[in-house]
Write a protein that binds this ligand. Structure first.
Ligand SMILES: *Cc1c(COP(=O)(O)O)cnc(C)c1O
Length: 395
């Protein structure tokens, strides 16, 4: 499709990755399922396997045009990126990215507000393979330089943080990393490249749980890692050695979902902001943790660095406890109770963040909301009803 560089990201999500040899001229690339690829001769088989097989039909594990189309679309959304690989989940993307850059004896600096399974990987498999982890405060900024030692190899960021939404000073951390020759990885699932083009901001490898906003309909698991030219070859080699792959059917759902990602995000943003502001004025709410509100740690960095906000945020219940929080969430009608997020439907869960060095007192027990594509007035009425139950229960 369009080769133009001057188009805006919302246009690019529509045009990106739709190469004619992959789509065969139809609008949405079809599902190409494959394990075996047949060759006319031994010579052709050998020739196909030579050099870079990224976009050649070689063997099913290396993908087909269905996966390449989505991967290429994600690369086109990240100015400065060299390539993207897809995985069967966001966690698979995180583990493969980390295994691509770390080796025995290395130390990883991991943000304390990282997604829980990322911490579990650091404390589990990485530790077992001789990689140590030091957790750092999400608000550390340029102060990260003081934590960098001789063995430090990589810095993992997640901004805003899982559950508590601290916005990190990515440019300051990238500058400190560059000065000491370290590699940076960012879990960019919340903002997506539409609201935070990570490679352009100096990140080396940027990770998405594509399960969330890329797929957008809560019906497939998918992950991606997009890397710059320095790191893409190593990422690809590690991905191939680990046998990581994403199914063509799930990639197809991602390739279909991404076409509406810009309009979905715009609506998630509008509705979530309306609800976050409404919550901020409620007496039952101690604090709203939404990057676009001043009550969120790193709000000024959000204003400086991000092009928009999305549908996921949290708030603390004033004078609440475990039981009154459960009563509040159980009373919600339009919010599902369940893990994951990024789909068209609203969700609510209790969250109790595990932290080692960062702040954990946010003024009360936390509720995390994902604001879906329902009419925000209906969601507000639902929350209002649940607050009256919360007040009764709180006594
Ligand atoms: C959900 C999530 C992941 C993991 O993605 P899965 O596809 O569920 O494995 C990683 N990071 C963040 C921030 C997430 O919210």
């Amino acid at each position: 499709m369009s080769k133009r560089d001057d188009i805006k990201p919302a246009t690019r999500v529509v045009t990106a990755g739709r190469r004619r040899e992959w789509t065969q001229g139809i609008v949405n690339p079809p599902v190409w399922r494959a394990s075996t690829v047949l060759y006319d001769s031994i010579a052709e088989m050998r020739e196909t396997g030579r050099g870079d097989t990224t976009h050649k039909l070689y063997y099913g594990r290396r993908g087909t045009p269905t996966q390449w189309s989505l991967a290429h679309a994600l690369t086109e959304l990240e100015p400065g990126a060299a390539g993207t690989l897809l995985y069967g989940s966001g966690v698979a993307a995180i583990s493969t990215a980390l295994l691509s850059v770390l080796g025995p004896g290395d130390e990883l600096l991991l943000v304390d507000s990282a997604y829980e399974p990322t911490r579990a990987l650091a404390n589990g498999l990485l530790k077992r393979f001789g990689i140590s982890t030091r957790l750092y405060d999400p608000m550390i900024g340029a102060g990260i330089a003081d934590l960098i030692g001789d063995k430090t190899r990589a810095i993992f960021l997640e901004s805003p943080g899982s559950l508590t939404f601290e916005v990190q000073d990515v440019p300051a951390i990238v500058a400190a990393a560059r000065a000491r020759g370290l590699v940076t990885l960012l879990d960019n699932t919340w903002a997506t490249p539409l609201y935070f083009p990570a490679i352009e901001k100096g990140i080396d490898l940027t990770i998405l749980a594509a399960t969330k906003y890329v797929v957008g309909h809560s019906d497939a698991m998918l992950g991606s890692v997009t890397a710059n030219a320095e790191w893409f070859p190593r990422l690809r080699a590690t991905t191939y050695q680990l046998g990581q792959t994403a199914s063509p059917d799930d990639a197809w759902l991602g390739a279909r979902g991404i076409r509406t990602m810009a309009v979905r995000l715009a609506q998630h943003e509008r509705s979530a902001l309306a609800i976050a502001h409404w919550l901020a004025d409620r007496p039952e709410v101690a604090r709203v943790l939404h990057p676009a509100l001043p009550s969120c740690p790193g709000h000024d960095l959000f204003v400086r660095d991000f092009a928009g906000s999305t549908g996921l945020f949290a708030f603390a219940l004033a004078d609440g406890d475990e039981a009154s929080r459960a009563a509040f969430i159980d009373a919600l009608d339009l919010f599902g109770i369940g893990f994951s997020w990024g789909g068209y439907e609203s969700l609510a869960i209790p969250c109790d963040p595990v932290r080692s060095v960062a702040e954990t007192d946010f003024g009360g027990p936390l509720v995390r909301l994902h604001i879906g594509l329902e009419e925000p007035d209906d969601l507000i009425a639902d929350l209002d009803r649940a607050f009256s139950l919360f007040r009764d229960r709180r006594g």
